[in-house]
Design a protein around this ligand. Sequence first.
Ligand SMILES: Nc1nc2c(ncn2[C@@H]2O[C@@H]3COP(=O)(O)O[C@H]3[C@H]2O)c(=O)[nH]1
Ligand SMILES: [Zn+2]
Length: 307
Amino acid sequence: LKTPTFDNWQWEDAEIMVLLQVMYTDLDFISTFNIELDVMQQFLYEVYRRYNNIPFHNFKHCFCVTQMMYGLIWLTDLRSKMDSIDLLIMLTSAVCHDLDHTGYNNAYQINARTELALRYNDISPLENHHCAVAFEILEKTESNIFRNLSTEQFKRIREGIIKCILATDMTRHTEILNKFKALLPVFDFSNKDNRDVLMMIMIKVSDISNEARPMDVAEPWLDCLLQEFFNQSDMEKLEGLPVTPFMDRDKVTKPSSQTGFIRFVLFPLFIELANLFPCLEVRKFPDENLSDIQSLKSSVALTYSKV
Ligand SMILES: Nc1nc2c(ncn2[C@@H]2O[C@@H]3COP(=O)(O)O[C@H]3[C@H]2O)c(=O)[nH]1
Ligand SMILES: [Zn+2]
């Protein structure tokens, strides 16, 4: 469970809920924060219920992101560098980060003027919603895993979870990565602002880490992602909305969707985390000729430009 080679496809959702509980137990959260087992289970069940049955942004994705976060915490020996509350924030943010995702991204929400876009004024509508649903679950005493914490501790956890979940909006990718790069030469674990940026980077890494897994685990995830992408672009065509290019079934192939993403999004992000933690081995991406790189660059720039 602590390694990036873990295969999620072998486990049923009920078993996955147990695995999530194991992570909370194993990181000593249950004892440190006095979490009752029935509350822990009720929380995980509510989380499970509030992920939708959609191809990619479902409960299994929530698990994979959380499992990667959990693995990274162990691999980087983060327990010796950060306090338990920060780690609790990171794990819980991963668990909650895509709650009630509908399968249509922010660009769609904004273009289709959905309820979420209206409510959040086009500002990270999905991520704001995931986070609001998380705190709806935590509002109920029977599923509030933080109920035995002080008001001050709850406040700090809430602030941290909001920061982490909002950081998963990919339109903020470059902003957050640049912040982290600037801190790296003088990174200081005792500085809260530094730790906050690291926490945002860790959830981002975990969120896009499928391609860092073994081929037989990663490959089915790509099928799920493309199925969700194609559903969205089909809907955009049907409704006469702008079609998101990297979701268009007439334009995208499996390799074309992955090469640019790995080279220009995943790799540059992972390499910076490995700069802080040299124990993380990120193998160098093979060189390609310049014209390929130029065209890949422009397609990736398109992908993550603001709507
Ligand atoms: N092409 C591609 N995009 C990915 C992959 N993993 C994550 N992403 C993108 O990264 C985004 C992270 O935030 P979202 O969950 O909104 O949507 C995700 C996808 O758009 C992948 O393996 N390939
Ligand atoms: Zn996600």
